[in-house]
Design a protein around this ligand. Structure first.
Ligand code: ATP
Ligand code: CA
Ligand code: CA
Length: 397
C-alpha cells in the first residue's frame, strides 16, 4: 500500500495494472479475430506481439488516463488455438477478462497477485521472470501433452502477457480457476507429499479461510478422504498421467490443491437459525470451458448413490466421505508448476540432507518428487471404499 492508500505491486497501483492489461488483451484478442484461422506452427510459440498504448491513443488503441505503457502478448496464435480447444470463444474470453476482476488474497509466499474473473472461469497470476522464461520454453511440449489429453489436472494456460510501463515489467499468466466461488469451501489444502515444514503458518491459521498443508491434513484427516472405487481409480490414473508429464519436464515443487465442501454442514448464526453454507438459490452458471469441472477432469461420472443435489451437480465436485461418514465434494487440481530442477535446488538439497532425513524435504529431484507426491495422494489422501463392503452400506441412506 503506497502513501496515498493505493494497493500497489512493484509500486504500481494494481488497479492500473489490471486496467492496462484489460485494454491490452482487448486489442490483442480483437486483432486476432481479424487474422484467418490456421494450424499452429512451431514458430507461433516463439512469437511476441507488442502493442504500445500511448496516453493520447492511436488509430488502433484507445486513449487512457495512465502514463504510456506497452503490452507484450506471448504466443498469441498458439493460445487462440488452445482456447478453441477448450471451447472458449473469443468474445467470451474478452468478456471474462474485461469485466471487473476480483483480487484474491494470496496465501502463497511468493507475493504473486491473483485475480479471479467475475464469471469464475479464469485466474490471472503474476509470475516472476524466471517462471515466465520457463513457461515460454515449456509451452510447445506442454501443449503437445494437453492436446493429447485434455482431461488433465494440470493447469491450463490460456494467455500470457507482460505489462511494461513506468520502468517495470509485470508478467501475467491466465489459467483455469479450480475453486468455484459459489460453493463454500470449508477447508482448503495445498499438498506436496512432503512433511518437512509442511504446516500452515500461524499467520495463515488466523485467516478466515486458511490454506492448510500436508501435516495439517494428516492431523485432521488421518484416514484420508474415502472415494468410490471407480472415482478413486479415475483420480489415481489422472494423477499418474499428469505426474509423468511434469517429471518429463523436470518440474517440481508443484502442489495438489483441494477445496473441501461439507455437504451437510450447517451453521447456527446469532439468530439461532441454522442455515446451509451453500445457497441453493444461487444458480450456478454452467461452466463454458470444456473439461473444466473436477469430474470432467478425471473422466468420472456421478454414481446414483452419491450424486450431489442438483444445484451442486454443475460444479462437478468429486463426491467423497470422511472416515466418520460426512459427505463431501472435492475440488482439485495441480498448481504452481513453473519451478524446474536446477543446480540451485541441487545445492539446497545437499545442504538440507545433512540436517534432516532427505525423504521428508520438499526440495529433491523431479522423479523423487513426483513419486512421493503420487504416493501421498494415492495412499494417504485418497482411499477407496468398496461399494460391497459394510462400510459403504452404512453410509448409504
Ligand atoms: P508459493 O510459490 O509461495 O507457493 P505462489 O504465489 O506461487 O506461492 P500458488 O502456489 O500458485 O502461489 O498458489 C497459491 C494459492 O492460490 C493456492 O494455495 C490456492 O489457494 C490459490 N490458487 C492458485 N492457483 C489456483 C487456481 N488455478 N484456482 C484456484 N485457486 C488457486
Ligand atoms: Ca506453491
Ligand atoms: Ca510458486
Amino acid at each position: 500500500v503506497d502513501g496515498e492508500g493505493n494497493v500497489t505491486f512493484k509500486r504500481l497501483p494494481t488497479t492500473q495494472l489490471v486496467e492496462a492489461l484489460q485494454l491490452g488483451i482487448q486489442c490483442i484478442v480483437g486483432g486476432l479475430q481479424a487474422k484467418a484461422a490456421r494450424d499452429v506452427l512451431y514458430k507461433d510459440f516463439l512469437d511476441i506481439e507488442i502493442i504500445h498504448f500511448p496516453k493520447e491513443g492511436t488509430r488502433t488503441t484507445p486513449a487512457h488516463k495512465f502514463s504510456d505503457f506497452t503490452i507484450r502478448s506471448y504466443a498469441s496464435v498458439a493460445f487462440r488455438h488452445f482456447r478453441e480447444l477448450f471451447n472458449i470463444k473469443p468474445e467470451e474470453f474478452l468478456h471474462s477478462i474485461c469485466e471487473p476482476l476480483r483480487e484474491l488474497r494470496n496465501p502463497g509466499a511468493s507475493g504473486s497477485l491473483f485475480y479471479l474473473t467475475s464469471d469464475d472461469e479464469f485466474i490471472l497470476k503474476t509470475v516472476q521472470k524466471k517462471e515466465a522464461d520457463f513457461l515460454r520454453g515449456l509451452l510447445p511440449g506442454y501443449y503437445m501433452n494437453v492436446t493429447q489429453n485434455p482431461r488433465t489436472l494440470l493447469p491450463k494456460y490460456f494467455g500470457f502477457y507482460c505489462y511494461q510501463g513506468e520502468n517495470k515489467n509485470i508478467r501475467i499468466a491466465v489459467m483455469n480457476n479450480l475453486i468455484p466461488s459459489q460453493v463454500h469451501m470449508h477447508e482448503k489444502y495445498d499438498l506436496k507429499g512432503s512433511t518437512f515444514k509442511r504446516r500452515a503458518s500461524s499467520q495463515e491459521r488466523q485467516k478466515e479461510s486458511p490454506t492448510w498443508k500436508d501435516l495439517d491434513f494428516m492431523e485432521r484427516h488421518p484416514d484420508g478422504f474415502l472415494l468410490d472405487v471407480e472415482t478413486y481409480n479415475a483420480v489415481v490414473k489422472t494423477v499418474q498421467r499428469d505426474c509423468r508429464v511434469l517429471e518429463s519436464f523436470r518440474i517440481m515443487d508443484y502442489s495438489f490443491l483441494i477445496g473441501v465442501h461439507y455437504i451437510d454442514h450447517t451453521i447456527t448464526g446469532d439468530s439461532g437459525i441454522t442455515e446451509r453454507l451453500t445457497d441453493p438459490s444461487i444458480v450456478q452458471q454452467p461452466k463454458r470451458m470444456m473439461y473444466s469441472t473436477p469430474m470432467d477432469t478425471i473422466n468420472a461420472e456421478f454414481e446414483v448413490h452419491n450424486k450431489p443435489d442438483d444445484y451442486l451437480v454443475e460444479t462437478g465436485g468429486i463426491p467423497a466421505r470422511t472416515a466418520s461418514g460426512q459427505r463431501l465434494l472435492l475440488y482439485i487440481g495441480i498448481i504452481d508448476i513453473l519451478q524446474s530442477y536446477r543446480l540451485r535446488k541441487q545445492l539446497e538439497h545437499t545442504f538440507k540432507s545433512v540436517l534432516t532425513d532427505a525423504s521428508t524435504i520438499s526440495v529433491t529431484n523431479p522423479s523423487f518428487y513426483s513419486e512421493r507426491f503420487q504416493r501421498f495422494l494415492c495412499n494417504t489422501v485418497f482411499k477407496k471404499i468398496s461399494r460391497d463392503t459394510g462400510a459403504t452400506k452404512k453410509f448409504r441412506t
